[in-house]
Design a protein around this ligand. Structure first.
Ligand code: ATP
Ligand code: MG
Length: 433
């Protein structure tokens, strides 16, 4: 097959017989977010490149190596969103939400784009669900965000997760930490990768997030931010821990977590799964008290998180979490002859208007082939309509599972038969529960 007839490396199609899983996951997420007061925001897939370079950070992996940036026909530099936060902040400032009732809460779901080495759990187009809260200074907000992320995942049946938290301080206490980091890494600067040699001058904390094995090994012994927190940041972190303990959510303080984006301050956290191998961070987030002000809005302490849907679906598949099954068609209306074909369209519309999924032949096939198809797609009922059925106003309805047949009127008898069977199925489900 020609190369351009296959999907681009690092992207994936979701086919019609798989999409119900995505719809279920996304639906559950948005539903759970509502319980915490978060409604969906939809922002464009692309933004002015500066939205990301200036705010995600010039020395981050995302900006330095991973962005899909292009010049459009109007000679503007455009970037496909590598993450949502910067675009969401741009939007809530642009529309003045940050000047209204606080906190502003918003959640999102959609595709992100990063030029990375594709592997299990690492795609070039991937999908995130996330949430942001603007104008919330209290440690209770940090706890609420962590609880939202945790509840979203547990409502999907994902339980084997560890919560790791850390504090990376504020610009004030980070100054001292940067100096300490710089002297630490300067002693071994020759061994660092080229990107990190440059980071050493510009932003030594980014070295802690480097994926190169040598830099990783060196970074393992680096000083940790927790030892440099100012009183306010320390108190805030204690507050977050207190709230988490109060609801009985177990956490581990991991001083190595720094997160890969520059805008974070104070609390950062990750939810890690033990069920999907190397790319095991399902969710990451934290506080970004400086970002809204930096992007031209009021100075608003804010925070958020994002989770990767591909990784999450991998966890669900690997642990055998059940997805509610797909709704199969209620009925296939087979036809014999031209008149019946026209009538079948009417019958199907009558059934669809009653809320049933009804299909008929549009491929011009024989009755035998039509019935084979009805079986293949898993229709609950089938019938065949020909001249006799049209004349008598009655047809034979076949239960495809039991093979049981009965004569019913067209279309009322069909409607009430399917309606009854649905009702009985509901009663059975209730009795079973
Ligand atoms: P990683 O350290 O795995 O590269 P990250 O720190 O770059 O993750 P974030 O920017 O915090 O990730 O994005 C939040 C979540 O989005 C991640 O925890 C992960 O679940 C998911 N994610 C990030 N990059 C990818 C990718 N390339 N493919 C699939 N999922 C991803
Ligand atoms: Mg990454």
């Amino acid at each position: 097959m020609a190369k351009y007839n296959t999907a681009i490396r690092g992207t994936a199609d979701v086919l019609p017989d798989e999409s119900y899983k995505w719809q279920y996951v996304e639906g559950k997420m948005l539903e759970t977010a509502k319980l915490f007061g978060f409604n969906e925001i939809r922002v464009p897939v692309f933004e002015h490149t500066e939205v990301f370079t200036k705010n995600v950070g010039e020395t981050t992996d995302v900006v330095q190596k991973e962005m899909y940036t292009f010049t459009d026909k109007g000679d503007r530099s455009i970037t496909l969103r590598p993450e949502f936060t910067a675009g969401v902040v741009r939007s809530v400032i642009e529309h003045g939400l940050v000047n209204g009732a606080l906190p502003v809460k918003a959640c999102y779901v959609g595709g992100c784009y990063r030029y990375e080495k594709p592997q299990a759990g690492r795609m070039r187009e991937f999908h995130q669900f996330g949430a942001e809260m603007f104008g919330a200074v209290d440690p209770a907000a940090d706890a609420e965000m962590i609880l939202l992320a945790y509840t979203v995942l547990s409502n999907l049946g994902i339980n084997n997760l560890s919560l790791e938290i850390n504090s990376i301080g504020c610009p004030e206490c980070r100054k001292r930490y940067h100096d300490a980091l710089k002297s630490f890494f300067e002693a071994r600067s020759e061994e660092l990768c080229d990107t990190c040699k440059d980071r050493l001058e510009r932003n030594p904390m980014r070295i802690l997030d480097c994926k190169s094995p040598v830099c990783k090994e060196i970074a393992a012994d680096a000083p940790v931010m927790l030892d440099y927190l100012c009183d306010e940041c320390r108190e805030h972190f204690e507050g977050v821990k207190k709230h988490l303990s109060a609801v009985g959510l177990n956490y581990k303080v991991n001083p190595q977590i720094v997160r890969g984006l520059d805008y974070y301050t104070k609390t950062v956290f990750e939810l890690i799964s033990g069920d999907i191998g190397a790319q095991s961070t399902v969710c990451g987030g934290g506080r970004y008290d400086g970002l809204v002000g930096q992007m031209g809005g009021p100075s608003l302490p804010s925070l958020g998180f994002a989770m990767g849907l591909e990784r999450l679906l991998m966890v669900m598949e690997n642990t055998g979490v059940e997805f509610p099954c797909v709704q199969k068609p209620d009925i296939y209306v087979g036809t014999m002859g031209e008149a019946a074909k026209v009538e079948a369209t009417k019958i199907c519309m009558a059934l669809r208007n009653e809320g049933f999924s009804a299909l008929t032949d549009v491929a011009g096939r024989s009755v035998k082939a039509q019935m084979k198809y009805a079986d293949k797609i898993g229709a609950a009922y089938s019938t065949v309509i020909g001249d006799d059925e049209l004349k008598n106003g009655k047809c034979v309805l076949k239960d495809m599972q039991t093979g049981e047949q009965r004569e019913v009127t067209i279309p009322d008898g069909i409607v009430s038969a399917i309606y009854d069977s649905r009702t009985n199925a509901c009663i059975d489900a209730i009795l079973e529960a």
